[in-house]
Design a binder for this molecule. Structure first.
Ligand SMILES: [Zn+2]
Length: 453
């Protein structure tokens, strides 16, 4: 023991800590808890074992047995949770901009997906998505797409946590030329990947109430029920979609899904832009999880959504970026800023969706969307160590009156310095530890050269 080893390190060794995140302002997201200045977080075997006032002399730690993450002049906070995305759509970032949803989807995205998605392109596109999520402080994602076995491979290699769901749609889809096979493929996907990794849960993702028949929706529900897994769906994204569902079924989308038996606590409904009071009450009563994707809704001009009303009613609302072709990034810091501001314009009320509420959407409520609110989403002893460190030593983050305001209104993803998931460091001082960023970007650039319609 040398003189310039810190007491903090001695404590870390006493506690058998693997990692200590040292000396930052901790935003725990525990209800009612104020920011904790000069705080250190101890991590052992993937879990948070202590959160305490930093007790150190400010010296360099020399012992390599304890990994120290320096958080001085930084915020320590729970990793962000992207509750709705399609990671491999990084392949189509900037490929089809400034179009209405139907034209974007049917003239551009569906044909491009049919021609250019295969296990290899989905794998590299998903890796790029993972890289971007790590680089911008996301530690957990809810993903729905095709060739999802290859997305699982990518997410597993990255070290991120995720609910990775196989897409189901009643059209010929990537990897499923005969739509009659879509349910079988989803079931086999779940059977193949269930239990593969502690960090990855396989699931099922129905594209929408219009693009899936009632039979398909019921069959998908049966699978999710039999494996006790969440079921994802795009719900009431546009006014046109709501009208079409009503013409087809005589009911508004939520009531139609309810009649089919889909409306319960395992349903994750993304977008939810056009809901009436009865539909919102039906979702609340049945503990359905809603995911707000403001930037995608804005870019495709779908609408804003009555998000503050849903929050006031007590609905669980998470935050997502959607895919990179309708956003065009996966930066949840930008998404929080947009969610807060869009809600103010929509409600004509500057107090609508305040910073703390939006940060809950991206952390603890996002965890609740996945049913993981007892494991992740806050900084608490005993919870999984999914933690990020936000570097405050940046002109646009100075000064700091309120760290939560800084996080939501001033920061962006590139201010994230360190990322830990399940007690494993995925990025330290902005260097990736699990993924080769140059290789991934070169691969995706090469793939993109062939993507033309
Ligand atoms: Zn989506």
């Amino acid at each position: 023991m040398t003189a310039n080893q810190s007491r903090q390190e001695l404590q870390a060794r006493e506690m058998d800590a693997d990692i200590v995140i040292e000396g930052g302002t901790a935003i725990t997201m525990v209800d009612g808890q104020e920011p904790l200045p000069d705080t250190s977080i101890f991590i052992t075997d993937g879990k948070i074992t202590d959160i305490r006032k930093t007790d150190y002399q400010g010296n360099q730690v020399l012992d390599s047995r304890v990994e120290i993450i320096d958080a001085k002049e930084a915020i320590i906070m729970p990793g962000l949770i992207n509750a709705h995305t399609h990671g491999a759509m990084t392949l189509f970032r900037g490929f089809a901009d400034d179009l209405p949803l139907k034209q974007w989807l049917f003239d551009k995205i569906f044909p491009a997906e049919a021609r250019f998605l295969n296990p290899d392109t989905v794998y590299w596109g998903s890796l790029l998505g993972c890289l971007e999520m790590i680089a911008s402080g996301t530690t957990c994602c809810v993903d729905g797409y095709f060739f999802q076995g290859d997305t699982v491979r990518a997410v597993h290699e990255s070290g991120l946590r995720g609910l990775i769901a196989q897409g189901v749609i009643d059209f010929p889809a990537p990897g499923i030329t005969d739509p009659k096979e879509n349910i079988r493929v989803a079931r086999e996907f779940i059977e193949r990947w269930l239990g593969y990794s502690d960090l990855i849960t396989p699931g099922i993702f129905c594209h929408s109430p219009l693009t899936c028949s009632d039979r398909t929706l019921k069959a998908a529900k049966k699978i999710s029920q039999s494996f006790d897994l969440p079921l994802q769906i795009h719900l009431s994204e546009t006014r046109e979609e709501v009208d079409e569902v009503m013409n087809k079924t005589g009911k508004r989308p939520v009531h139609y899904l309810d009649e089919l038996g889909l409306v319960d606590e395992t349903l994750i409904a993304s977008h939810a832009v056009y809901l009436d009071d009865n539909e919102m009450e039906c979702l609340r009563k049945n503990s359905v999880k809603v995911v707000h994707v403001p930037e995608s809704n804005m870019k495709l001009c779908s609408g804003a959504g009555r998000i503050s009303d849903m929050v006031k009613m007590g609905l669980t609302v998470g935050l997502g970026t959607d895919g990179c072709s309708s956003n065009n990034n996966m930066d949840l810091f930008c998404e929080m800023d947009t969610a807060a501001k869009l809600s103010k314009v929509f409600d004509n009320d500057p107090t609508s969706l305040d910073a703390r509420t939006v940060l809950k959407m991206a952390t603890i409520w996002g965890a609740a969307v996945l049913g993981l609110e007892n494991e992740i989403g806050t900084l608490e002893k005993g919870k999984k160590a999914d933690i990020i460190v936000l570097d405050l030593h940046n002109p646009h983050l100075c000064p700091v009156y309120d760290p939560v305001s800084v996080i939501v209104y001033s920061a962006n993803g590139s201010d994230v310095k360190d990322v830990v998931v399940n007690g494993k460091v995925l990025m330290k001082n902005r260097k990736f530890t699990t993924l080769n960023s140059n290789e991934i970007m070169e691969k995706v650039n090469n793939i993109s050269k062939n993507i033309k319609l």
